[in-house]
Design a protein around this ligand. Structure first.
Ligand SMILES: [Zn+2]
Length: 148
């Protein structure tokens, strides 16, 4: 990834999509990421009439660093994440995975993981999202192990 840009994601910035939990290359946290667009606004009599010089970024919720995306990548991300659970649901799901993985210590089998993912996929109506977040959770656990 390229060098991040730190922004005050204020007035000229708008959120286009929530894209789930990822590991931030800058602050190293596993946290929420968004696609945001910044642009210069032209105002006539205080009414915004046009946005120009638009740029889209993938932005870390924790440290506010952003990485510029080209149009194709940003459109793909927006479409891919259109039907995602919300931020709150994602946090609940993350907790449920954490709790579920405590049970795995008592029953470390593939079957246990299959059942856990199936149950959560059914509950959150999005098996791909659950599987993907589970992968992120495993990365997170492995990072924690390395840090110890
Ligand atoms: Zn960050």
């Amino acid at each position: 990834m390229s060098i991040p840009i730190l922004f005050g994601w204020g007035k000229n910035s708008k959120q286009l999509a929530y894209i789930g939990i990822h590991k931030c290359p800058a602050c190293k946290n596993y946290t929420h990421f968004y696609v945001r667009e910044i642009a210069n606004n032209i105002r006539i009599y205080f009414i915004p009439v046009a946005r120009f010089n638009k740029k889209r970024y993938m932005v870390c919720h924790k440290c506010s660093n952003g990485w510029e995306l080209d149009d194709e990548n940003s459109n793909n991300l927006i479409v891919l994440n259109m039907n995602n659970p919300s931020v709150d649901q994602t946090e609940h799901l993350w907790e449920e995975i954490a709790i579920g993985m405590q049970g795995y210590q008592k029953d470390p089998s593939e079957k246990y993981i299959d059942n856990l993912l199936e149950r959560l996929g059914y509950k959150y109506h999005n098996q791909d999202y659950v599987n993907n977040l589970f992968g992120k959770f495993i990365d997170f656990i492995q990072d924690e192990d390395v840090a110890k």
